[in-house]
Design a protein around this ligand. Structure first.
Ligand SMILES: *Cc1c(COP(=O)(O)O)cnc(C)c1O
Length: 469
């Protein structure tokens, strides 16, 4: 027996078949086929053996059974089930950004489970472009000549750069103020390097003029890139050169102005007390050759990268080999086109959740909060109603604050029920349906702006259930 310095040997570890026939494991195994169950058990037993050999712990059958049950349950249940977003952050990246409209979700579901004429002209049965419908919609909504939809905006940006570079034109001119990071792994200098481009940064972090761009253009310049600083705002002594001012410069050289708008609104945000978020139609009207945006930010559609602009440049992107690697699938295309039809019919403020949430007035949120407070207090849950501040989030309209109302639970009030806020928040997150609250300043906040009104009952059940645990 190899004893070495280890206190315990792996001898006491139960066999795979002993765990397979354990009653607790059988109870959660449901319809999982035995071969896959055995694979799960092996993984857990291997980890146990490592722990016994190197961690100095004694073999423990109960721990193995517990770990197998947890692993099996998490295999059997979808992790991506709906949650109620009570954070007040409308485009919450960790919660999947924009929920799409019912019509868009219906369209996505319908095409997912059937054949669709994705690349077929039904009249002639000839092969036809998958972008025709979306291009017509975007043309009507933004005035663009052509459109291409890819997997996300990061992919759109990489594709336009790849398409703009040629062997002897590899420099991309970017303002120093716009060589930014948009979320963890999307940094403009890295994206340019990945695309094989050389970044030529012009101007300063706060001011960049047309003359800065003029001086930087050489025969090696492949494109001028504008990037919307979607997740921060610089105030004070600042100047940016707009895409439109750069178009004549680019046209004279036969190179494109690429305008990465980030969110790319189809609706003027200033009508809702928000700062102006650049609009797709504005960039197109200014003459940008290629405009990029996300489908699941302010547009309120499924995850997608939207690429609009001049026909020749969009065609160049579509023909690039990289386009195939980042192309959108039929469900994305169906969901996005259904989303765009809401704008076309002028029903976006009621049909598209993101816009419905933005357009909801604080007074109606207060009324919903009051109704829920009365019911919760009757159920013995000591909640209050307080003014709250919702945000757009998701790299759109940075710093924007929408006055809202929230149901709140103070740490002190929770203690009178024998609960801590952490415990309440955790059981809300793990409940059915899960509720994601905000915990701030010793208070648990449930901001109703991001809660669908039809979920108010479920919210009531979740909170009264969490307090009764
Ligand atoms: C959000 C954002 C991106 C990335 O978009 P994804 O759709 O998340 O890939 C790129 N550029 C800008 C300016 C953005 O705001």
């Amino acid at each position: 027996m190899a004893t070495g310095t280890n206190q315990h040997s792996a001898r006491g570890i139960p066999s795979v078949s002993a765990i397979l026939h354990d009653s607790a494991v059988r109870a959660v195994a449901g319809g999982i086929a035995e071969a896959y169950l055995v694979a799960v058990i092996r993984t857990v037993i291997d980890a146990e053996r490592d722990a016994v050999r190197t961690g100095g712990v004694a073999p423990d059958r109960a721990r193995i059974v517990g770990n197998v049950c947890r692993a099996v349950s998490s295999l059997a249940q979808p992790r991506l089930a709906p949650v109620i977003n009570a954070t007040g952050v409308i485009l919450h990246t960790n919660l999947g950004r924009a929920p799409v409209s019912r019509a868009a979700a219906g369209a996505m579901q319908a095409v997912a489970a059937s054949y669709v004429p994705l690349e077929m002209e039904r009249e002639s049965a000839a092969r036809g472009g998958r972008m025709a419908e979306l291009e017509a919609l975007f043309r009507a909504l933004t005035g663009c000549e052509a459109a291409l939809v890819v997997n996300n905006n990061a992919a759109a940006t990489m594709l336009v750069l790849a398409a703009a570079l040629t062997p002897d034109r590899t420099e991309v001119v970017v303002s120093r103020a716009e060589a930014v990071e948009i979320g963890g792994s999307f940094r403009i200098p890295d994206i340019l390097r990945q695309s094989g481009a050389t970044l030529v940064d012009v101007g300063t972090t706060n001011r960049t003029y047309l003359s800065d761009y003029e001086r930087a253009i050489t025969p090696q310049t492949a494109a001028i890139l504008k990037v919307h600083t979607s997740n921060f705002r610089v105030q004070g002594f600042v100047h940016a050169t707009e895409a439109g001012e750069l178009v004549p410069l680019a046209d004279a050289r036969g190179i494109p102005v690429i305008d990465d708008l980030g969110s790319g609104a189809l609706v003027d945000t200033t009508g809702f007390g928000l700062a102006a978020e650049p609009m797709l139609s504005g960039s197109i009207a200014a003459g940008a050759h290629l405009v990029c945006a996300s489908g699941d930010k302010l547009l309120g559609g499924p995850q997608a990268g939207i690429l609009l602009g001049r026909r020749a440049w969009v065609a160049k992107c579509a023909a690039h080999p990289f386009a195939r690697a980042v192309r959108a699938d039929k469900t994305t295309l169906a969901g996005l086109s259904e989303t765009l039809r809401h704008y076309l019919r002028g029903e976006h403020l009621t049909a598209i959740p993101v816009w419905r949430m933005i357009a909801t007035d604080a007074e109606s949120l207060r009324a919903r909060c009051e109704g829920l407070r009365a019911r919760l207090r009757d159920a013995g849950v000591p909640v209050d109603v307080r003014p709250s501040v919702s945000t757009i989030g998701g790299g759109s309209v940075p710093g924007a604050e929408l006055p809202s109302h929230a149901l709140t639970l103070d740490a002190e009030a929770a203690r009178t029920c024998g609960m801590s806020l952490d415990v309440v928040a955790r059981s809300l997150r793990l409940g059915g349906p899960p509720v994601i609250p905000r915990v701030e300043h010793d208070t648990l906040w449930l901001d109703l702006r991001t809660v669908f009104p039809e979920d108010d009952d479920a919210l009531f059940q979740a909170l009264s259930g969490a307090m009764a645990d």
